[in-house]
Design a protein around this ligand. Structure first.
Ligand code: AMP
Length: 452
């Protein structure tokens, strides 16, 4: 009541409306990039492209093929995959034809939609990768954006534990090739976990979803509250919770042996971890983690997450696992496994580790004509140099040698090529090295080659 009166009083004060208008303007100022999005300057883009290039090289070397899907999809695709709860994360809208669409929040569902509509006849196993922007109405902070880039892979077809080990080796290789050393890959198996829940707590799989969400958040008090609401006794729950104390797979051996049902899944996980070692993955970076639940029902089997501990709350760089989404497309389920990594988070991690690559964005040469008669020669020289792979700026302003050299200095070019009347008559060009200051006269037909 008092608050209401205060608000009314404030609204009646002169100046209040201006303050309010300014606040709204600050939030919606069209001159700023929208909240949670970023502009990338040329040097930032060059760095991003370098890292992207490294990731693509690794993905190609594991024989993954790139696919691309639209930036927006039918809203129902994501509601069907992740449930109504995802609605508040989505940038959803109606188009002019009244269709319910949304910007994609992730790329697994679009990739699977694409697979079931056009790629399902491809020979298996089919290995694809993608790299593209995703959109989520997240609370922005460092490493968490509303527009961010994901790089991900999906494999359709049976590849078994040896293939799964290779998939995890790929996940590690992506980061290590990008230059990130401090990371931890945590691996778990949902069938081990779900079987233990079934056997030890007597909770059938159909009722496990709330528990899985608590496990995913490592909310052990929440698990106790949930279990006691289901009438489970304290000793039973205590015994079950010891499962989460396991830090090595062997710690779970006795619980699995007692329950029996999870033995197959346990063996699978054992083979994956052993296989991973053979790929040269450093053992210190791989942990067994029984608490990975991935939160969503379509995951089953092998699940994994990769963290960079330097990043604090936003430390998760990658997540993935085996999943079942074929029912969304009325198709028969085939084995599917995949992961997605947060490209922007990888960049933040590289920056923190002082491991960002330095892109070479220097202009190789400024070609400057000093008189109008030299324009065409300058154009031809610039094109010949570009054909040799050089980064060339053409200056046809006839501003004189001093200004041309000044321009080259400003943009930190390596060389400047000057074409004046004297050079035209002698069919030469004056080349000045901007680092050493050395200057030489070179025959025009030899000038296109980059200095060795
Ligand atoms: P998810 O699809 O939620 O499993 O996310 C896969 C990866 O994308 C995560 O491990 C993060 O690295 C990254 N990621 C998820 N949400 C965001 C976000 N809002 N901003 C930046 N990266 C994100």
């Amino acid at each position: 009541m008092r608050l209401l009166t205060l608000k009314r009083l404030c609204l009646s004060l002169p100046g209040w409306k201006t303050i309010n208008r300014r606040r709204t303007w600050a939030r919606q100022n069209p001159v700023q990039a929208p909240r949670g999005t970023r502009d990338f300057a040329p040097h930032e883009m060059a760095t991003r492209r370098l890292v992207e290039h490294t990731l693509r090289r690794v993905l190609n070397s594991f024989n993954y093929r790139e696919i691309q899907t639209p930036a927006f999809e039918h809203l129902d695709l994501f509601l069907a995959k992740s449930g109504e709860g995802i609605r508040e994360e989505l940038y959803a809208f109606k188009d002019k034809g009244g269709r319910d669409l949304c910007l994609r929040p992730e790329l697994t569902a679009p990739a699977m939609r694409f697979y079931h509509t056009r790629l399902s006849r491809e020979p298996k196993p089919l290995r694809v990768y993608y790299l593209g922007p995703c959109y989520r109405y997240d609370r922005p902070q460092t490493g968490r954006y509303r527009e961010f880039w994901q790089v991900g892979v999906e494999v359709v077809g049976e590849i078994g534990p040896r293939g799964h080990a290779e998939l995890l080796a790929l996940a590690l290789e992506l980061f290590s090739a990008a230059g990130l050393k401090n990371l931890v890959l945590r691996v778990g198996h949902l069938d081990v976990l779900r079987n233990l829940v079934e056997e030890m707590l007597g909770v059938p799989r159909a009722d496990q979803a709330p528990l899985m969400r608590l496990v995913d958040k490592k909310d052990f008090d929440g698990i106790r509250t949930w279990a006691s609401a289901r009438g489970l006794s304290k000793p039973v729950v205590d015994k079950f919770l010891t499962v989460f104390e396991a830090t090595r797979l062997s710690d779970l051996k006795s619980a699995v042996a007692e329950s029996g049902a999870a033995q197959g899944a346990f063996d699978h996980l054992e083979q994956v971890l052993a296989g991973l070692e053979a790929f040269g993955a450093p053992a210190g970076r791989i942990q067994f983690d029984p608490t990975i639940a991935r939160g969503l029902d379509y995951y089953h089997g092998l699940v994994f997450e990769l963290d960079c501990p330097d990043l604090g709350a936003e430390k998760q760089l990658l997540g993935g696992g085996e999943y079942k989404l074929a029912a969304l497309f009325d198709a028969q389920q085939e084995p599917t496994i995949g992961f997605a990594l947060g490209f922007d988070r990888l960049l933040v991690a590289l920056e923190r580790a002082h491991a960002l690559p330095e892109p070479d964005v220097r202009t190789d040469v400024v070609v400057a004509s000093l008189v109008p008669e030299a324009h065409n020669t300058a154009r031809r020289l610039a094109m010949a140099m570009r054909a040799q792979g050089q980064r060339v700026e053409l200056d046809l302003t006839d501003r004189g040698p001093k200004k041309a050299v000044q321009r080259a200095m400003q943009i930190k070019a390596r060389r400047v090529a000057l074409l004046g009347q004297r050079e035209l008559e002698a069919a030469t060009v004056t080349l000045k090295d901007m680092d050493s200051g050395a200057q030489e006269s070179v025959p025009l037909d030899a000038a296109a080659a980059a200095p060795t």
